[in-house]
Design a protein around this ligand. Structure first.
Ligand code: NDP
Length: 250
């Protein structure tokens, strides 16, 4: 019975993701952090602490609930915990404190909504693997493909973030990024992150992992489009043939 409620909860959460996606696209809302930051959304906190607090629930909840839940842990469970922890170690602790954006702030509204979002995703995935998943997760060719996709996405995501941080360090302020995957798309980091969580969902083969992958797309597709539009508004000579996040398509 609890499984049925749990699955329904995931479907409701997917519904919230789709509504959020439509609202962001239809009303062209630019989530006000990073290049779109502004002080119209209430009280602000330092950018890097904002990142730290909003990512912390996912970093902690998923591994803790999985590890301390009663379900016997198999190899795949440990691999999934490792993949998740690696991503969130970077996103929560390493990435925010490498940003060259001292003095920049983000609204607390963003921090609290992301904190809730990350907490929900960490809880749903942890509760599945710690309490509800079948005893032995099947290990198949799809599992391997999912793991490979996850690490390829992570490579692209971190590689892009590194290049953007270095660009800021070399020249100060915003520049047109050139070379590498920027030749095809404005936001390889968002493309990479979507690939990561799709890979995780394929490997985990669970409803909450797919829920999280769908949420990631609903967040990052509008953000990539906003960044892409911002580049065109900001730089007259921005390359015309570059797409937002999907080479040659979107
Ligand atoms: P951006 O690509 O906008 O920024 C990354 C960093 O590079 C920031 O420090 C930014 O500065 C700087 N930067 C970006 N573009 C330039 C440029 N053209 N010239 C100089 N410096 C630049 O990333 P986001 O804030 O959109 O996302 C950051 C990371 O978080 C990404 O890896 C993304 O995938 C991930 N993310 C994940 C989400 C999810 O739902 N899973 C949601 C949102 C982000 P500044 O901050 O001043 O703009």
């Amino acid at each position: 019975m609890i499984d049925q409620y749990f699955i329904e909860l995931n479907f409701i959460w997917i519904g919230v993701a789709v509504v959020t996606f439509l609202a962001l696209i239809v009303f062209k809302i630019r989530a006000p952090y990073g290049r779109h930051a502004n002080d119209k959304w209430g009280k602000m906190i330092a950018n890097h602490w904002g990142w730290f607090w909003m990512e912390l629930p996912a970093f902690l909840l998923f591994p803790l609930i999985t590890i301390f839940g009663p379900r016997e842990k198999d190899l795949l469970t440990w691999i999934l915990v490792g993949m998740w922890s690696l991503h969130y170690l970077n996103r929560t602790i390493i990435f925010p404190f490498r940003l060259r954006t001292r003095g920049k702030k983000m609204p607390l509204t963003i921090v609290f909504s992301a904190l809730f979002f990350n907490g929900a995703n960490g809880f749903l995935n942890g509760y599945w693997l710690g309490f509800l998943a079948p005893k032995d997760n099947a290990f198949s060719i799809l599992t391997i493909l999912g793991i490979v996709l996850f690490f390829s996405g992570m490579y692209i995501n971190m590689g892009t973030d590194n290049r953007l941080i270095a660009l800021r360090k070399q020249q100060g302020g915003y520049q047109i990024p050139r070379g590498w995957l920027f030749r095809y798309i404005s936001c390889p980091n968002h493309f990479g992150e979507m690939a990561e969580w799709t890979g995780f969902a394929i490997a985990a083969c669970s409803v909450p992992a797919w829920t999280f992958a769908i949420w990631t797309m609903c967040n990052l597709i509008p953000r990539a489009i906003n960044h892409h539009d911002w580049y065109h508004e900001t730089f007259e000579d921005y390359p015309k043939n570059r797409k937002a996040f999907l080479p040659k398509i979107w």
